[in-house]
Write a protein of this length. Structure first.
Length: 215
């Protein structure tokens, strides 16, 4: 019985909802020949929320940004010539509105454009396409990471405490930097991957990059 309980909890902790990938018709036709990519610095917002108070955790956000950047560069550099570019544009709400519209759009993304402020911030790019990851996450500071899992293992039972659950929302955009058109969109959304756990952030990053790595 103990083994069964632990297995059930582990499977529960590994799941994540996702949009596997949508493409513009032009990018879909040429993606197999694209050999260079501008890797933009990720936009990250991590908030801690105990049910009464909510605040931005800058330290964990900065750590997540480094993890996402490093994993992206390591993963994609074997397939693309990578050009890194800093991004001062930080309007995560504006970009998430774009992502929400893409989530419910047709599978072909023709005509979907990123905000002008975002594109203007990039300036003259060295490559036709750029990639950015946008990560928004929350956690309850009153609970340790993976509280349900660790408590369940310790007590040999299945623990579900909704208020302890984190939330991770990772979005990927490949953008035609010449005209601002969204070339590719993908998402990974999970209530079981904690922004305080480096391995969880690495897992989500590697998972979402598969649609760009495998072409």
């Amino acid at each position: 019985m103990k083994i069964r309980n632990i297995v059930l909890v582990t499977i529960f902790a590994s799941t994540a909802a996702c949009t596997t990938g949508k493409f513009s018709s032009s990018y879909k036709a040429e993606r197999s020949t694209v050999d260079s990519l501008t890797l933009l610095t990720p936009i990250v917002l991590v908030e801690e929320n105990d049910g009464e108070n909510k605040k931005n955790n800058l330290l964990i956000g900065a750590s997540n940004s480094i993890i996402i950047s490093e994993i992206s560069k390591i993963t994609l550099s074997s397939k693309y010539s990578i050009v890194g570019q800093e991004l001062t544009y930080q309007d995560i709400d504006e970009l998430f509105e774009v992502c929400k519209s893409l989530e419910f759009s047709e599978n072909i993304l023709d005509g979907q454009i990123v905000p002008k402020g975002f594109l203007n911030n990039i300036g003259i790019a060295e490559t036709k396409y750029g990639l950015i990851l946008i990560y928004r996450a929350t956690f309850n500071p009153l609970y340790e990471p993976h509280y349900n899992l660790t408590t369940g293992i310790a007590t040999s039972s299945l623990i579900i405490a909704p208020q302890s659950k984190p939330f991770s929302d990772l979005r990927l955009l490949v953008i035609n930097l010449e005209n601002g058109e969204v070339a590719h969109y993908s998402s990974k959304i999970s209530e079981n991957h904690d922004p305080r756990v480096a391995g969880d952030v690495e897992f989500l990053t590697k998972a979402i990059l598969k649609s760009v790595y495998y072409r």
